[in-house]
Design a protein around this ligand. Structure first.
Ligand code: HEM
Length: 215
């Protein structure tokens, strides 16, 4: 099976496998930044929905029961406060991911053929979760994709926040109005990711344990 071949033959995977790191699957900086990110994302999404409701882009609004901030001004305060947590924490995660070589080892290479094979195996219930220290190709795609969405949501958010001062950035997204749509669709992609991701975490509880205690 594709995933097992990857696990056994990839020398990088063997070097980073749990047994070679004294049993630690996720180093402490990954776990801390992951859970801080969850908190920041929940605050950003909840307050973002409240801000959206004040001036909807589409013919629907989010029920106030699932929004944060109670009204526009309150939601803006939440959004700008959580923004710092999200950005600083994200910079630490991406910085350490690049500097330690974790991204290269764990998330690359990403081969379309392996994504298709692993997606098929996952849908037919044949994907191995035996070695949690090696991500399958679908996980790699989803994690790289959500990291890219997080970068896009921050940059499009900055260009909505300061469209005059950050004019070039705003123009990169096609101007203020287009940046609002980009910001919305990046949110929708992240919410879609979270739904699948949380479901998977509870279907494979030992992966959740590893993201909490490291092994
Ligand atoms: C309550 C919500 C969440 C739960 C329960 C959760 C759980 C987990 C678990 C168990 C893993 C390890 C996966 C594995 O070893 O197979 C993981 C990894 C990861 N999660 Fe989450 N997660 C949550 C929210 C999020 C959010 C909101 C994001 C980003 C928007 C996110 C992004 C990631 C990424 C990028 C990884 C890979 C980290 C790395 O190895 O560097 N997660 N998550």
């Amino acid at each position: 099976m594709a995933i097992e071949a990857t696990t056994i033959e990839d020398p990088d995977a063997i070097r980073t496998s749990a047994t070679h790191q004294g049993g630690t699957i996720h180093p402490v900086w990954v776990r801390v930044t992951h859970w801080v990110n969850v908190l920041a994302m929940l605050m950003m999404i909840g307050s973002g929905w409240q801000i959206y409701d004040a001036s909807p882009l589409f013919p629907f609004t989010f029920p106030s029961a699932i929004t944060l901030g109670e009204w526009l001004a309150g939601a803006l305060l939440w959004h700008f406060a959580a923004m710092w947590l999200l950005v600083v924490n994200g910079l630490v995660y991406v910085g350490l991911g690049l500097w330690t070589g974790r991204f290269r080892r764990k998330l690359l290479p990403l081969r379309p053929g392996e994504v298709i094979a692993d997606a098929r195996a996952a849908l037919s219930g044949h994907l191995s979760h035996a070695d949690l220290s090696v991500y399958n190709a679908v996980q790699k795609l989803l994690y790289l994709g959500v990291i890219a969405c997080a970068i896009v949501i921050v940059l499009s958010g900055l260009s909505i926040w300061k469209p005059i001062q950050l004019r070039e950035l705003s123009l990169l997204f096609g101007g203020y109005d287009a940046a609002r749509y980009v910001h919305f669709f990046a949110m929708a992609a992240i919410v879609g990711f979270i739904a699948i991701h949380v479901l998977m975490a509870f279907l494979v509880p030992k992966s959740l344990r590893a993201m909490i205690i490291g092994r």
